[in-house]
Design a protein around this ligand. Sequence first.
Ligand code: F6P
Length: 356
Amino acid sequence: MASKKQRIGVLTSGGDAPGLNAVIRAVVKSASSLGWEVLGIHDGFEGLLGTKSYRVLTNADVQGLLPRGGTILRTTNKGHFGPRRSDELSEEDPYVRAVKAIEEMGLRALITIGGEGTQRISLELHKLGAPVIGVPKTIDNDLAGTDRTFGFDTALQVATDAIDRLHTTAASHNRVMVLEVMGRHTGWIALHAGLAGGADVILIPEIPFSIERVAEKVHARDVQGSAFSIIVVAEGARPRGGQEMYIAEGRLGGIGHWVGEQLEHLTGKDVRVVVLGHLQRGGSPSPYDRLLSTRYGAAAVQAAARGIYGEMVALRGQDIVTVPLAEACGYLNRVRPHSDLVLCARSLGIVFGDEL
Ligand code: F6P
């Protein structure tokens, strides 16, 4: 008797990031070489609810996907899957319904591509018995358990390019340019792009700053004959004794304009503010992100083949490994204020606003 074809599912959840399609492609190609069928679930975990929304993905469906931004499966940021408040198993519970759907669909594994929120949902589903394998995505690089999330490198390229462009216009007008970048509660994009782009000041959530110290740096540059300054500020940065700024409930933003206004007042210089926003999430993934996404997708299928569930694929040094989902969700990967990157920046004279 012919054995039943093995089947796995894949979904993308949370904010999009460059490389999602590259993971989907690698999952489909790797699964197909094992003779498995892949179901692509639409709109993140939401596709598992109600009438279920998914489609079979074949090698033909993933042709040309490697360089394409966004996700062909679409994604949902905040859907029905809020934090579980009780362990009671009600039939209404979206987690219980999702686990039932996974069983009904006959999935030997569900590959969930997403950031911290996604991996928390994955962990809850796993606790209820679902065969889940996570893939770490986010431009913020703030997910624990892995050295790198895919999407970060592309965002970094966009932010660095923005700094390069701001340099020429800032220097032409003797202006201060403030660039606000994404990153949620961490400063990875700001720190890396600030170093790669040669910023004069980098403000990150992990190092609360004094605006007076930033103004001093701008003034010092003027005195030295560099009458322009480039300031990179992470959206989650905050002044000493202050709070993160929000433009709407749950949406970070506003710190760039605050820094700009304060500096105009303190330095008397012409200041312009640029908020880079979703440009950092759109477009084609960088070669690094294509490669990392491809390795993650293939490794997730390998994990399914070995029956490894409740884990997330991760980069550790040069290797792709798996780590428990609980580790990935345990804490946020933040910039260490005494790390070599920060020390390197300081030794180049870059100011973080905490200097005495
Ligand atoms: O987590 C990725 C991210 O782009 C953050 O850097 C940013 O704070 C947030 O998502 C923006 O979310 P939204 O697309 O919902 O505005």
